[in-house]
Design a protein around this ligand. Structure first.
Ligand SMILES: Nc1ncnc2c1ncn2[C@@H]1O[C@H](COP(=O)(O)OP(=O)(O)OP(=O)(O)O)[C@@H](O)[C@H]1O
Length: 942
């Protein structure tokens, strides 16, 4: 909008809320016209985008353009469908709330083009990977398929969607498009059997005849000439200059394969089957019975004779039992045939949508819904279809008013500003008139259809008059005053819709609401060889005695569901306008546009939006823009933002009725106030320039400055958005921290894990005796314990690798000592730090047959005699056991030489000489030695 403020004189205002005379329809249309002439087809009403069909290719949809709109707020840049797409996408990502974009407008206004542009924007700009790119392809490719089967050339649009479409684009938590789902509404099935002059049947029929190769057509028993088929000949318009059926056929076939279709053959045999069905001719017998004069074999995969029978007879049932078969007259047989064609096509279309949905199905976290649905329709002759379409628009208008008011009210509340009551027309009264139980038009129509006896359109009209006479929004010829009576036929009723008056002709209402297909025709279709058809016509449906819901009630119920879906999402709106009926570029037909402005409820929309304030902006943005206008805020304001804004507007002389300050935003009531401020800014610019520099560089500098400021502001805004998103994810994660790992808490849980590991890394125990270990959060207790064990093992392993055998022996000894003496003997603690020397304690004995052994004792104590000489008859056993008991404490030395030295006292040694002899004895030997003679057994005894 900021750019709108400066550009307002040349190309009108970019946002209608800036129109001074916002109640003037003429001013509104003039603004649209001025912009349209400049190829500026988009204008806002607040955040609602109004789009005028240019009927020519504009250079505004390139990839570069997409880049311009990425991450930029509405008001920072000129209006565009990409801006709506981007803001919606970002709102979904940051608020995690599902969004929807409601696109409305009359036939040919550009709804489908708008929805395709939105889809393309997401396909190009959203993050993706190979798998998702394939899915995005499927999403885009669903368009040509749906258009082939659901679009047709009408007088108003060469590629008119003849069904309503709601598509969910599903995104995962990273904002990657991961799937889609389509809901379709009220396909115009009557087009299969009838087209007005200048119109065509659905595109697929012509594509097949033009694009299908000879072999295929031969297999399907088809000929190329569309005139040969009754169902294609009615509009007398098989060729359309803007349509290339042959090319489109290739596109559709390719799209089907991208989507992953394997049933093309069956699908095409149904399409050809419908064409053949249309060529079935009936003859009339003498007694009024009907017979078929043409071939019906192999049609739609069902038995020819069964089909013939079902097309010419009707099964009548009474009290649930079949009682008789009655022949159909010529008229009845024709309508049975057409009913079958419509049912086959309609159900196949639903099946197709189901198939596409299957190929797009994936689990998602957030959704952006696109509603591309028929706009309000007023034709020369309005019938049941227009009634349903306009009812749908009433519901959407109701939703629109409710949601727009709600969001306005919410903003006021958040900002702490008193809500000012907005006068608007509440169309609930019209919705009730149509849908109320028992009293509404749909209920009355259902009653008429179900009533026993002859039912009819005129008696339906009478019932309407009886029940609804006097309702302010309902009139019939009988109830009308003279003036209205003159313009109404006796078969019409008029509804005063929010968008204008529409006369509906009741002819066909009962039949269309009944949408009946004879039971025996359904039975035949259940048995079709074609699996698509046997899927579409289910046996249970035939068995079920309950009457299915009437068409209008079905539509009403599906609309209720749609309303629920839309209510649960944050809406954005695109309102499409058709500038002329000739589909020509550059022509702006004011009467036609005024009509649409009225029934799109745009003036009402503008009034609601402008009821309170024309402009609202965050303090920061407002201050940033207008701070040069006040010496106290220029060049920088250092206090609170709210105070800065107050200082600024006081300086500018805003009157209290012109504005309100909320908690974070300023609300300005009149555009005039804003324009005056904007003009003051314009006038100030040279001075601001001088402040920064002088002379001819001024202008450039202003541009650079403002560009730099803009960039900085964008960066800041981006950082803020990212931070907000981070905090939001964090809080949500915290709330769901006890849930399974998933999109809601993954960020939080990852963060907890990461933080723990980071902390652990800094605080790992450094040796086996270091018992520190950070306390883990509950989420990672098990992992932490495991890590602790691993780390300990690792430290032990490293430690062990460093331990020498000598050292190991010491440790083993120390462990044994600890087991024996720890806390038992007072001298133990002193021993812990000292090495156990091998030399300190030991046993020596000779290798001979004597029983002597010497226990060597420590020699530190001077006074104490040390070594002990002992004798035993069981020296081997004794020493072994001693050695075993204290294997590593003692060293047992076997003395192969014949003498053992031992300590007698400090510094004094004794020597024992061992010799072999005939008998054992211990005696005093030479030089004071002790002589030990051991018994020698000789070789044998060994
Ligand atoms: N933004 C655009 N740029 C160029 N041409 C456009 C644009 N929007 C619409 N058109 C032209 O107008 C034609 C009709 O548009 P579109 O089919 O989107 O209308 P619609 O509102 O969906 O109509 P219907 O309700 O009949 O389906 C398109 O085939 C295209 O030629």
């Amino acid at each position: 909008m900021e750019s709108a403020l400066t550009a307002r004189d040349r190309v009108g205002v970019q946002d209608f809320v800036l129109l001074e005379n916002y109640n003037s329809e003429a001013a509104f249309i003039e603004n649209l016209r001025r912009r349209f002439k400049e190829n500026l087809i988009y204008t806002y009403i607040g955040s609602v985008l109004v789009s005028v069909n240019p009927y020519k290719e504009l250079e505004i949809y390139s990839k570069q353009q997409m880049e311009r709109y990425r991450g930029v707020s509405f008001y920072e840049i000129s209006p565009h469908i990409y801006s709506v797409s981007d803001n919606t996408y970002r709102a979904m990502k940051t608020s995690r709330k599902d969004q929807c974009i409601l696109i409305s407008g009359e036939s040919g206004a550009g709804k489908t083009e708008a929805s395709k542009k939105i889809l393309l924007y997401y396909a190009v700009t959203c993050p993706t990977n190979d798998r998702m790119a394939a899915l995005g392809d499927r999403l885009l490719q669903s368009n040509p398929v749906l258009e082939a089967f659901g679009n047709a050339k009408t007088l108003r649009n060469d590629n008119s969607s003849r069904f309503g479409k709601y598509m969910d684009v599903q995104f995962d938590f990273r904002g990657v498009p991961v799937g889609g789902h389509i809901l379709n509404y009220l396909l115009e099935k009557s087009r299969v059997v009838h087209q007005n002059p200048g119109e065509r049947n659905f595109h697929i029929f012509y594509q097949l005849l033009n694009g299908g190769d000879e072999m295929l057509l031969k297999t399907l028993y088809l000929e190329k000439n569309p005139h040969n088929y009754n169902y294609l000949a009615k509009g007398n318009c098989p060729r359309v200059s803007s349509i290339n059926d042959k090319n489109d056929w290739k596109v559709v076939m390719k799209a089907l394969s991208v989507i992953g279709f394997t049933e093309e053959e069956k699908l095409l045999s149904i399409i050809s089957g419908v064409l053949h069905l249309g060529n079935i001719q009936f003859g009339e017998g003498e007694e009024g019975e009907t017979y078929i004069t043409t071939e019906t074999q192999i049609l739609l995969g069902v038995d020819g004779s069964a089909l013939t029978e079902a097309l010419t007879h009707k099964k009548l049932t009474a009290k649930g039992e079949e009682v008789m078969i009655s022949p159909l007259n010529f008229e009845q047989a024709m309508s049975a045939r057409d009913a079958l064609a419509k049912a086959v096509y309609g159900r196949t279309f639903n099946w197709l949508v189901e198939k596409i949905n299957q190929s797009l199905a994936l689990k998602s976290s957030s959704v952006i819904g696109l509603l591309d649905i028929y706009g309000f329709e007023v034709l020369q002759h309005n019938s049941f279809e227009q009634f349903c379409i306009n009812y749908c628009n009433e519901k959407l208008q109701q939703l629109f008013i409710e949601l727009t008011l709600r969001s306005e009210q919410e903003e006021y509340e958040t900002e702490g500003i008193a809500w000012e009551t907005v006068q608007y027309f509440d169309n609930k009264i019209i919705c009730d008139l149509i849908e109320e139980k028992h009293k509404g038009i749909i209920s009355i129509l259902d009653e008429e259809c179900l009533r026993p006896g002859e039912t009819g359109d005129l008696s339906f009209l009478e019932k309407l008059e009886d029940t609804l006479g006097g309702h302010p929004h309902f009139v019939t010829h009988k109830l009308a005053n003279g003036k209205t009576r003159r313009v109404m036929s006796r078969e019409e009723f008029r509804l005063l819709h929010y968008a204008g008056e529409v006369n509906y002709n009741v002819k066909g209402f009962v039949d269309k609401n009944n949408d009946l297909l004879n039971r025996n025709l359904k039975e035949v279709m259940c048995q079709s060889d074609n699996q698509i058809l046997s899927h579409c016509f289910h046996r249970e449906e035939v068995m079920d005695q309950k009457r299915p819901e009437m068409a209008a009630t079905q539509f009403k119920n599906s609309l209720m569901k749609l309303m629920e879906i839309l209510m649960s999402k944050e809406p954005s709106y695109v309102r499409c306008i058709k500038p002329n009926d000739a589909k020509q570029p550059g022509r702006f037909d004011e009467v036609l546009v005024r009509h649409q402005v009225k029934y799109l409820g745009l003036m009402e929309n503008l009034r609601v939006r402008r009821a309170g304030f024309a402009y609202r902006r965050h303090f920061e943005a407002f201050l940033q823009r207008y701070k040069p206008l006040c010496p106290e805020t220029w060049p920088n304001w250092h206090g609170r933002l709210a105070d800065g804004v107050s200082t600024l507007i006081n300086h500018l002389g805003y009157k209290p009725e012109e504005y309100k300050l909320g908690r974070s935003k300023i609300f300005i009531r009149f555009p005039k106030t804003l324009f005056t401020t904007e003009d003051a800014l314009e006038a100030k610019k040279p001075e601001i320039g001088k402040y920064a520099c002088s002379g001819s560089e001024t202008l450039g500098l202003i541009v650079i400055q403002s560009g730099w400021r803009g960039m900085k502001a964008r960066r800041r805004a981006k950082r803020r958005r990212e931070a907000a998103e981070l905090i939001r994810r964090f809080i949500k994660g915290f709330i769901y921290r006890h849930n399974e790992y998933g999109p809601e808490n993954d960020y939080f849980l990852d963060h907890v894990r990461y933080s723990f590991l980071k902390n652990l890394r800094k605080n790992l125990p450094e040796n086996v005796l270091d018992k520190r270990w950070p306390t883990p959060p509950p989420l990672v207790t098990e992992a932490s314990e495991y890590l602790r064990m691993l780390h300990m093992r690792n430290m032990v392993m490293k430690y062990c690798r460093r331990v020498q055998p000598e050292w190991k022996k010491q440790m083993v000894q120390k462990v044994v000592a600890s087991e024996i003496f720890k806390d038992q003997k007072d001298s133990y603690p002193e021993s812990v730090g000292r090495l156990f020397l091998d030399t300190r304690v030991g046993i020596s004995l000779s290798s001979l047959r004597d029983g002597m052994f010497v226990v060597h004792m420590p020699t530190e104590d001077n006074k104490q005699k040390t070594d002990v000489v002992l004798q035993s008859n069981h020296v081997i056993e004794l020493v072994t056991k001693l050695a075993m008991m204290a294997a590593l404490i003692f060293t047992v030395t076997l003395c192969v030489a014949c003498s053992i030295r031992f300590a007698v006292a400090r510094g004094k040694e004794g020597i024992i000489d061992f010799v072999r002899g005939s008998e054992m004895k211990v005696a005093k030997g030479k030089r004071g030695h002790l002589l030990v003679v051991s018994h020698h057994l000789g070789k044998k005894a060994k």
